[in-house]
Write a protein that binds this ligand. Structure first.
Ligand code: C2O
Ligand code: CU
Ligand code: CU
Length: 431
């Protein structure tokens, strides 16, 4: 097995984005996004982390099956000026498209908004698509005020999740992307709250993989790729002839509270797509095990305390801090909310009892969605996929099967980072 060793330093750093005056970001190793970490299954990873921020932070390895005490839980924060080593070995079967970001309780959203996030790829030695050219689109958003500072969250940001006015791909505003059909494109939605409905008019997408790796088969071509915050995909772009066009983010109505906004599409990049046909791919890309019959069952409910919109009382942070709940409670660092046994197959029913979309995320493992239920209509999931994040439409229930791999504390939460910070999160104790 190989070894991967690196140093990751989180620190303030000046950078110029979107042709404006320099902005003070908080970055990993001075880079926006942070350095890409790329390893093979079986590798031993050792990362020396230095916190040169003026406040505590952690590094969370989103989606990766790392031991819970190496996973950057909010309980394990690194103080300002401190350092620690994160150490883990990535098991066979973990090949996929992941990322890392801070996870200190109450501070995650602003640390990510200031620029802290990076991509993490785990490769399989027997990857059937290893020969294909590859591109990586890490999509994030950024808000700058008129002074080109990154402003703190407003009350509306805390309520709906923050969306910056600039949508960046690999840290760049509206880059030119040159692509050939047959390129394997990995896409990350690293926005705190922005949903992505990606389209290139004149092109179609073939879905090859999700968060936790390749699907069993490439899926039929589709016009759009949907990514809730924190989700990732592997896709291929198809076109009949060469095409000059735009990568758009189509408007998505996630039922924000107290907001009127134009339903317009956003141009994310200028595209030049060269038609080279579809590469020959093996009919089976991957084998996803059937997890088997669940022996334990969990019910999760996301809900929001009703706000009295009619009153003149201004919204306050303390109102917001009691608003976003999981099973009727707001997160507490030392309270165990649920427990699971290592290796036991579980069925989780996650219900969004609110009028706004929330992306659900579980740490430490990948799950397989079985079905989605809304208004009494049950839709079985059309294909098997490994995911660690799944969107919940208002009043939708998502049922998934999952198995925790190692003991320890795992978080589950809404991945709109402001909601997570406000306490839409719980502790799962795995024994
Ligand atoms: Cu990407 Cu608990 O987070
Ligand atoms: Cu995570
Ligand atoms: Cu939420």
């Amino acid at each position: 097995a190989g070894r991967f060793k690196a140093t990751l330093t989180a620190a303030p750093a000046q950078k110029t984005v979107a042709n404006r005056a320099p902005t003070e970001f908080w970055l990993y190793n001075g880079l926006l996004p942070g350095p890409q970490i790329e390893v093979f299954e079986g590798d031993e990873v050792e990362i020396l982390f230095k916190n040169q921020l003026p406040e505590p932070t952690t590094v969370h390895w989103h989606g990766l099956p790392v031991p819970s005490d190496q996973d950057g839980n909010p309980q394990d924060s690194v103080p300002a000026g401190g350092e620690r080593i994160y150490r883990f070995t990535l098991p066979k079967g973990s090949a996929g498209t992941y990322w890392y970001h801070p996870h200190p309780h109450g501070l995650t959203a602003m640390q990510v908004a200031r620029g802290l996030a990076g991509t993490f790829i785990v490769r399989a030695k027997d990857d059937p698509l290893a020969e294909l050219p590859e591109q990586h689109w890490m999509i994030s958003d950024l808000r700058l005020d008129t002074q080109t500072h990154i402003p703190p969250n407003t009350m509306m940001d805390w309520m709906n999740g923050r969306e910056g006015q600039f949508v960046l791909i690999n840290g760049q505003l509206q880059p030119r992307i040159k692509l050939t059909t047959g390129t394997r494109v990995r896409i990350w939605n690293n926005c705190a709250a922005r949903y992505l409905r990606l389209a290139v008019p004149g092109c179609q997408w073939i879905l090859l993989g999700t968060d936790g790796g390749l699907l069993e088969q490439a899926q039929a071509p589709m016009d759009e790729v949907f990514l809730a915050p924190a989700e990732r995909v592997e896709v291929m772009v198809l076109t009949e002839g060469n095409l000059q066009g735009e990568l758009l983010n189509r408007y998505y109505d996630r039922a924000k509270m107290m907001v009127q906004e134009p339903h317009t599409d956003t141009v994310l990049a200028h595209m030049a797509v060269e038609a080279k046909g579809t590469p020959s791919m093996p009919p089976t890309l991957n084998t996803l095990p059937d997890l088997g019959e669940p022996v334990a069952f969990k019910a999760i409910e996301f809900s929001e305390m009703e706000m009295d919109h009619g009153s003149d009382e201004p919204m306050t942070m303390s109102m917001l801090q009691s608003m976003f709940m999981v099973n009727g409670k707001v997160f507490e660092m030392d309270r165990i909310d649920l427990s699971s046994r290592v290796g036991e197959v579980e069925e989780w029913r996650v219900f969004n009892n609110s009028h706004m979309d929330h992306p659900f995320h579980l740490h430490g493992t990948q799950f397989q969605v079985v079905q989605r239920e809304q208004d009494g209509v049950v839709t079985p999931e059309p294909f098997k996929a490994w995911r660690d994040t799944v969107n919940l439409r208002p009043y939708e229930t998502v049922v998934f099967h999952v198995k925790q791999l190692t003991p320890g504390i795992r978080m589950f939460h809404c991945h709109i980072l402001e909601h997570e910070d406000l306490g839409m999160m719980g502790n799962l104790e795995v024994i």
